[in-house]
Design a binder for this molecule. Sequence first.
Ligand SMILES: CC(=O)SCCNC(=O)CCNC(=O)[C@H](O)C(C)(C)COP(=O)(O)OP(=O)(O)OC[C@H]1O[C@@H](n2cnc3c(N)ncnc32)[C@H](O)[C@@H]1OP(=O)(O)O
Ligand SMILES: CSCCC(=O)C(=O)O
Length: 889
Amino acid sequence: MISISCIASTMAVQSVVHLASPFPSLGLTRPYKRPSLFTSCCSSLSNKAGTGATDFKPMLPSVERWPEYIPNKLPDKNYVRVFDTTLRDGEQSPGAALTPPQKLEIARQLSKLRVDIMEVGFPASSEEEFETVKTIAKTVGNEVDEETGYVPVICALARCNHRDIEAVWEAVKYAKRPTILIFISTSDIHMKYKLKKTKEEVIQMAVSSVRYAKSLGFNDIQFGCEDAGRSEKEFLCKILGETIKAGATTLNLGDTVGINMPQETRELVSYLKANTPGIDDVVISVHCHNDLGVATANAIAGICAGARQVDVTVNGIGERSGNAALEEVVMSLKRRGSHVMDGVYTRIDIRQILATSNMVQEYTGLYIQPHKPIVGANCIIHESGIHQIPYIKLSKLHMESYHQKMSRLSSLPSLRLNRPYNKSSLSISCCSPVSKMGGTSAGDLKPVLERWPEYIPHKLPDKNYVRVFDTTLRDGEQAPGGALTPPQKLEIARQLAKLRVDIMEVGFPVSSEEEFETVKTIAKTVGNEVDEATGYVPVICAIARSKPEDIEAAWEAVKYAKRPKILIFTSTSDIHMKYKLKKTKEEVIEMAASSVKFAKSLGFVDVQLGCEDGGRSEKEFLCKILGESIKAGATTVNVADTVGINMPEEYGELVSYLKANTPGIDDVIFSVHCHNDLGVATANTIAGVCAGARQVEVTVNGIGERSGNAPLEEVVMALKCRGEYLMDGVYTRIDTRQIMATSQMVQEYTGLFVQPHEPIVGANCFVHESGIHQDGILKNRSTYEILSPEDVGVVKSQGSSIVLGKLSGRHAVKDRLKELGYELDDEKILNDIFSMFRDLTKQKKRITVDDLKALVTCRDEVTSLNGATGEETNGYVPISQVSSVVSNL
Ligand SMILES: CC(=O)SCCNC(=O)CCNC(=O)[C@H](O)C(C)(C)COP(=O)(O)OP(=O)(O)OC[C@H]1O[C@@H](n2cnc3c(N)ncnc32)[C@H](O)[C@@H]1OP(=O)(O)O
Ligand SMILES: CSCCC(=O)C(=O)O
C-alpha cells in the first residue's frame, strides 16, 4: 500500500488551501505543525479520476450574480443552502468561547466564504451576545458584494418564548436579510424531562412563537425541532404542519444527540416530505451532530432525500463531538454532487475554506487533528491532477520517503509525551448496548468472560457477527508523522489484544528488516498469548503485495503466531492498473490468483485478497478478480475505498452488487476498508456492513494515510448503539471499556493527538458548557448523551461533565454551588451571583470552583460596591460591573 498515496489521493485539497492566515497572529500556540500552505483552485470530479489541473478556475472572484434570496424557495431544485452555525452551535463547544471582535471577524470571513446564512448567536443569553449579534447584523449583514450582489442572511437563535424572539428581532432587524431560528424539543425524552410539557403544549408554544416572530416583522422564519432524530414521525408531521401554517419558511430537523444513521436520516426526511401538509412550500434543513462520527454522512443523506439547506460548522466544532463539518459537506457535494447526487451543489467559495478553518482554530483554540478531512495538515498531498505525469514522479518520491521512514524507525526517540489537550484522568469501566430512545447505563454491564468463538478463517460464528480487523499498526502507521518504534508497536499490539480485536494487521514485513523483526516478535508473543478465561487469541496479519518475495517475508514473519494471516493486495481501478502497476486486467487477475495459491503453498490457511482502489473500480472486473481469488483459496476478500471518494449509498451498493454477483462469495468473508478524505469513512463502513460485509478494517483514532481510515471506536460504538435496533442485530466483540486506554496509547506513541471534538475519544465528548444542554443533562442525562462515558472507559462524575463558561445558565451554576454546599433558594441571591459569574466569563473561559466560592463570598461586598440590584437590565440577563473585583479573587 505504500506507493499509492499520491496516486491514491484524489482530493482537490489545493483548492481549499490558502496562504498563511491573513489575520494577525493572536499569539496562540498551535499544537500541530502545518506545512506551509498555498492557494490554488477547485474542480468537480467523477470517482474515476482525481483533480485535473485543467479543471482549475483562475483565482478571481466569481462575477456571477448571486441568486435572489427567497426565504422559502431556492433558485433551482439542486441548490443547497449553506446555513453556517459556527458562531452559535460551534461556539457552544466546550472551551470555544469567542470575544465579540473575534465573532465579528469570523462573520466577515464567513461572508467571504459565501455562506448563504450565518447563525451568529443567541441574543437572549446575555447583553454582550445581544450587542455582538446586533453589530454583525448592522455591519456584515449589510455588506453587499458589489459585483455579485451577495449579502449573507443573518440569523439568531430563540427558544419558544416571546422574550427570546424579541431579543432576536431587536438584534438582527438591522441586517438586510434578517432571519430567526426558533427551536423547540420534539422527542418524548426532551419534552418530558427538559421542557416538562405535553405534546399539545409544545405545538401550541411553537405556533404562537412563529406567529409572534411574524408579528414583529420577520418574513423569514426557521423553525427547528430539537432532537427530531429521536422524535415520533407522526408528531413531527403535526408540529411542522402547524408551524408552516403559522408562517415558518424553513423547517430544521436536529439530530441533536447524533444518534441517527444515514439511512434513518434519509427515511425521516422522505417520510416528512411525503406526510407533512404544506411541506413543499418551504425549505427543509438538516442539522446533524457527530457523536457517532456520521454527521457529514447524515447531512448528505438528508440532502439526497430532498433537504435543501444544511446546517454546518467550520471544522465541525460544536457541542460534544460537534456538528457536520462545513468543509466535508461542501467538498462532498462538490466532488460527488453531480455524480451520485443528482447534481446538487452549493455556492461556497471553497478557496476560502482553509483561511476560515485557520481563523476558527486560532480564535476558538480548538485545533484540529492532522488527519481531519479537507483541512487537516495531513490532507495536503499534492499540487497537480491525478492524470498528470508529476503524479507518477511524486509517487516514486513518496515511495522513497516511505522507505526512509522505515529505515529511520530505530533511530527515533522513543515517546513524545507532550499532550496538547488537557484530558480528565481516565480509568477503565463498563459497557452496555443502547436503544435509540435512551442513553446508556452502567446497569447493563456484562463481564466479558464468555468463551471466545472458534476462529474459522472463512466462516463466522453467526450471521450477525462482525469481525474487527484493526490496521492501526499498518495503515495507521502510514499516517504522516505516525511512525512507531518496534517496542511501541509491540505495546500497542498487546493493548489491541486487550481491546479484543479479532485480527490485527501489524506491518509490512518485506519493507525493512526492522519491520520484519517487529512483525515476527508480535507474532511470537501477542500472537500466542491465549486468554485463559475466554480462549481469545488475536489473529496476526501481515500485508504483502502480490509478489512472491512479499508473501514469503509475510510467512516467515507471522508463521509463529497461533493464527497467522496474510493480506495480499492488488490494485483494481483502471488508473491504478495503468499508471501504478502498468499491467493489464488479465495480468492483474493472474497475479492475484497465483499469489493466493503461493501463500497457501507456504502454509497460510487464512488468506485475504484485497482490492486497492476498489471504490473506483469496474464492478464486473471486481467480480471477476474476487471470484478467481476465491477459487484460488482466498478465505476473505476486501474492496477498499482507498482514496475515500465513495458516498455511503454508493459504497453499500457496490458491496451488495459484489455479494450478488461474485462466484463463491458466500463461502468467504467480505471485508470493507474505507478512507476518510470526505469525512464519511465510518458511514461507508456501516453501509458496507448493512450490505452484508462482516469484517471491518479500522484504525484506532482513525489514523492513517491523509485523512485516515474509519476509526475503530466510531464503527464499533455505532454498531453497539444501533446494530441491534437498526442493522438486524449485527455486533462485534470489542471490549469497548478499553477504547479510551487504547486511544490514548496510540495518541501518545504516534504523536497524532485527537481534536477535542473527535467522536467517542475526544476530550469534549462528555462535556457540556451551554446552559440549555447543562439544564437538560441535570434533569436527565439521556437528553443530550447517547453514550455513557463508562462504556468507552471513561469514569466521570456528573459534575465533571459540566463546565462553567460564558454560555452556562442558572441551573448549572446553581447545581455547582449546591455541590459546594451552597443551597440557593433565594432567587435574588442566585441572580446576583449569576450576573457576577457572567461578568467573570468575559475574562476567563472557564470558571472554577474556587472562582465560584469567591463569588459567593464577595457577593455582599460586590453588591454594595456597585449598587447592583440584580434587577434585569434592558430585558435581558443582568450583568453587574464586578469584573475589577472578581478578577482579583
Ligand atoms: C439548540 C441548542 O443547541 S440549545 C443550546 C443553546 N445555547 C445555549 O444554551 C448557550 C447560551 N445559553 C444561555 O446563555 C442560558 O442558558 C440562557 C440565558 C439561554 C438561559 O439561562 P437560564 O434562564 O439561566 O436557564 P438555564 O440555561 O439554566 O435553563 C434553560 C431553560 O430553558 C428551557 N428551554 C430549553 N429549550 C427551550 C425551548 N426550545 N423553548 C422554551 N424553553 C426552552 C429549559 O426547559 C429551561 O427552563 P426552566 O428554567 O424553566 O427549567
Ligand atoms: C434543529 S434547530 C437547531 C437546534 C440545535 O442546535 C440542535 O438540535 O442541535
